[in-house]
Design a protein. Structure first.
Length: 404
């Protein structure tokens, strides 16, 4: 497959189109967060209203986990472009359907269909980044990918918060914005050249996930654990803010907006920081910031500290997130990038599924402050492991230099 030179043109239309597609992925899950208290009140007669309303946020993740692996296989065999365009169209239709549905069960089904769309979009989009770009250009686009996701989250959460002031059902309308991206994708994205079957047969082993290696599965597992911690924000923070007596959905949306804005700004610096710090120290910095943010939330007496804690968590998560995909895509052979992207997509959304099932019992047992404090400790330990990993790597490098 053809990759771009190491310097990314400022206005590469392929990069712009792929980054626009990336804005949809955060929208899928977090956009309705400001409407959750209103949805719970609207369906208060439902015996499982508390759990189901919270599960509406990660519900698309269920479909992603089931579909993303197969989407990766299809992307490698049938092509990325039709998968990306079809996924965006399905995203707009399934996401907006919640406006007119009258039960939590029906809304939940529409959210599962939305998850199928997200699996198609994320898998194709991430694989196309690896196909089109390499070296420093790939690092830059992967960093901007996280910024684009956070920008999409910022805009969608803020707008959804305003729409939810009229009715919690109106928040679903935000997904219709995906239709505006379709013409750009159609014109800008072309199918990259793939290795021919004859070339693969002569020069490469069979295309199986065994060739992806244990390292990719390890980095996917770490990404899943990180997502479990982070996804406490969209699933629990709206209720945490409401517990402080703040019921205005626009304010709740602005807290989530601070989270995504901070992440958007941090991710733009990834291509600058990575050559200077390397992967281990970026993990140290990111997990340290996430842990500090959770600690601030645990001690927050009011709205100002909640904003600060959310921003710190956003900064930290956006610092570590590009690391995962860059490590994975660098390790994957060209003809298996779709599968690698599918595995990484699955790990993100599996973490989103697991998160509310772990954090809701924690909130009920220890309260919001206890939950955030526990996560702060876990993230602090992760930062310590990253520091130790950097020390070991640095020691081995110094020993090799002395030996030479």
């Amino acid at each position: 497959m053809t990759a771009a030179p190491s310097t990314l043109p400022a206005l590469d239309r392929r990069a712009v189109a792929l980054l626009l597609a990336a804005t949809l992925t955060t929208m899928a899950n977090a956009a309705i967060s400001p409407a959750l208290p209103g949805l719970e009140a609207r369906f208060a007669d439902h015996p499982q209203a508390a759990l189901l309303t919270r599960f509406l946020v990660p519900a698309p993740s269920v479909a992603v986990v089931l579909i993303a692996g197969w989407a990766g296989v299809l992307a490698d065999r049938l092509g990325r472009r039709p998968m990306l365009i079809g996924g965006v169209l399905l995203f707009a239709l399934a996401g907006s359907l919640g406006m007119v549905l009258g039960s939590l069960e029906a809304i939940l089904l529409s959210r599962l269909a939305l998850g199928v769309a997200v699996a198609l979009i994320m898998t194709a989009q991430t694989a196309l980044i690896a196909d089109y770009f390499d070296g420093a250009a790939r690092s830059r686009v992967l960093g901007l990918q996280i910024s684009a996701r956070n920008l999409g989250g910022l805009v969608s959460i803020t707008l959804a918060g305003v729409l939810a002031l009229m009715s919690p059902m109106h928040a679903f309308a935000i997904h219709g914005l995906a239709l505006l991206i379709l013409p750009i994708l159609w014109c800008a994205i072309s199918e990259p050249k793939r290795p021919s079957p004859a070339t693969t047969a002569r020069g490469a082993p069979p295309a199986t996930t065994q060739r992806l290696g244990l390292g990719l599965w390890a980095i996917a597992g770490l990404q899943m654990l990180t997502t479990i911690c982070f996804f406490t924000m969209p699933t629990q923070v709206p209720f945490f803010v409401a517990s402080h007596g703040i019921k205005n959905t626009a304010i709740i949306g602005s807290v989530m907006g601070a989270l995504t804005l901070a992440g958007m700004l941090a991710a733009t610096r990834y291509s600058t920081l990575k050559p200077r710090l390397g992967h281990a120290r970026l993990f140290l910095l990111g997990y340290g910031l996430m842990g500090l943010g959770m600690a601030v939330l645990a001690l927050a007496p009011g709205l100002a500290m909640i904003f600060l804690g959310a921003a710190l968590v956003g900064l930290g998560f956006a610092t570590v997130s590009p690391n995962f995909n860059e490590i994975a895509l660098r390790a994957a052979p060209a003809d298996l990038r779709g599968r690698a992207a599918g595995i990484m997509t699955t790990s993100v959304f599996l973490g989103q599924i697991v998160s509310p099932f772990l954090t809701l019992p924690m909130v009920r047992h220890a309260g919001y402050s206890g939950t955030f404090a526990t996560l702060a400790v876990l993230l602090g330990l992760a930062a310590l492991v990253a520091l130790l990993a950097y020390g070991v790597t640095r020691g081995a490098t110094d020993a090799a230099e002395r030996a030479s």
